[in-house]
Write a new protein. Structure first.
Length: 447
């Protein structure tokens, strides 16, 4: 829907003959339908003008006729008090991918990319898929600045070996007014290994959660946290359930104590000395990754609950149940059950109320990630109600796919448009400070 349009604003224009097309300012044998762009703010024409001047329509390559309702709405003038981008909305979305990778289909695209393109075009917005390369970075940047309202990030982790030049380009695009879906800094903050440590004191965080960036921090702190009970360690794709088998009443488990380490990925368990286990962990501290240390939740054997969200809207809940009773966190789940969000209201609704605080802890970004997941494990039963409690164990917004639920492209397209329009049409307010009294004031009390 056109930004800032209202009945009062469109009143000065003469009525449109039909909802299908907008008449051109002068007669023409066969005028093509105008491209769907929002007109720049314009002063109200003197009523009634002999030949009403309609907003100029720039030429656009391969423009296709759009639904009549969209054309009729976006052609309305925009209220000057609610400015948009200098050139108005272009109704153009750029979707970034890279060539190659296991996430691609036979046509070379991600399986969920073209459904987004189609859903946007049905709504009167053009969508362009650009395969990013470092070599073409400057040309891509220039093209996006000149043509796009927003970009949508759809590059899976690992498909681009060095992401920093790409992220630098995305930041520069944001500075030029291109709406970020999602912002690279938001993706890095939400997906960081230490993200869960920022949720201490919240409904879904565990207060005894720690993140170690050096082996020295790990050696100093882990024996102390292990003294409080079983721990869940995670570093990259590796994770363990660690139990101390040697009775310990001290505030720190001795290095010679025996621990049982169960690898979450395959359920393989072995007993080692704590010193031996920590020496084995040294290889994971490469200066790029962090090790997450948090309390082990015994009910993880009942599976993890994944909430899939598009911006602030939950769209599905996936209950990933492990196949065996010995499964631990982050195992390969063979039994998966999909539910609509309302079936998990005891989890979803309280979590939605926590989103503002979650975003504030992550960095207080203008938008939540466009499409992201929040994984939970079941906590202790509530002592009063007997209901379930949940602990957030992972957030992913790097490039969440939905190939098994392609109908979500419709919801995603609506959210892309809504987030872009909202960002472009934010009201700009000015505050004028005065003080009461003084000879410079008029009868109304103001200067």
């Amino acid at each position: 829907m056109g930004c800032g349009a209202s009945k009062q604003e469109t009143a000065p224009l003469p009525p449109v003959p039909t909802p299908v097309s907008v008449p051109p300012p002068r007669a023409a044998p066969a005028p093509p339908p105008p491209a769907p762009v929002v007109a720049p703010p314009a002063p109200a024409p003197a009523p009634p003008p002999p030949e009403p001047e309609l907003p100029s329509v720039p030429e656009k390559k391969e423009a296709k006729p759009k639904p009549a309702a969209v054309v009729a709405v976006v052609a309305a003038p925009v209220k000057a008090a609610e400015p948009i981008a200098p050139k108005g909305l272009r109704h153009h979305v750029v979707i970034f991918e890279v060539a190659g990778g296991s996430d691609k289909g036979p046509d070379g695209f991600r399986k969920d990319t073209l459904p987004i393109v189609d859903s946007l075009r049905v709504r009167g917005w053009n969508a362009e898929v650009i395969f990013y390369t470092h070599e073409k970075k400057a040309a891509i940047y220039k093209h996006v600045v000149e043509t796009a309202d927003c970009y949508v990030h759809r590059i899976a982790p690992g498909n681009l070996k060095n992401e920093e030049p790409y992220f630098e380009m995305l930041r520069d695009l944001v500075k030029k007014g291109v709406v970020a879906l999602s912002h690279p800094d938001a993706m890095m903050k939400y997906c960081a290994p230490d993200a869960l440590t920022k949720l201490k004191g919240t409904k879904y965080g565990l207060d005894d959660t720690h993140a170690y960036s050096t082996i020295q921090e790990f050696n100093e702190c882990f024996p102390k946290t292990l003294a409080n009970g079983d721990r869940a360690l995670k570093c990259g794709e590796s994770s363990w359930h660690v139990q101390c088998l040697t009775p310990c009443k001290n505030a720190c488990v001795p290095f010679e104590a025996t621990v049982k380490c169960t690898e979450a990925k395959n359920g393989r368990a072995e007993e080692r000395s704590l010193s031996n286990f920590m020496t084995m962990c040294e290889k994971f501290f490469d200066g790029k990754t962090m090790m997450l240390d948090r309390r082990f939740c015994p009910r993880v054997v009942e599976g993890e609950v994944r909430v899939l969200l598009i911006n602030k809207t939950p769209v599905s809940v996936v209950h990933k149940k492990p196949a065996g009773a010995d499964a631990h966190s982050h195992t390969h789940h063979t039994h998966t059950h999909y539910d609509p969000p309302w079936k998990w209201d005891d989890l979803v609704q309280p979590f939605l109320r926590e989103l503002p605080q979650l975003n504030e802890r992550m960095g207080d970004f203008p938008n939540m990630p466009l499409i992201w997941t929040a994984d939970f494990v079941l906590g202790e039963k509530c002592p009063t109600s007997g209901g379930d409690t949940y602990h957030l164990c992972e957030i992913d917004c790097a490039c969440v796919g939905f190939a098994s639920q392609l109908e979500l492209s419709e919801v995603l397209a609506d959210e892309i448009i809504a987030m872009t329009v909202e960002h472009k049409c934010l009201k700009k307010k000015a505050v004028i400070l005065e003080v009461a009294g003084g000879t410079d004031k008029g009868p109304d009390g103001f200067r």
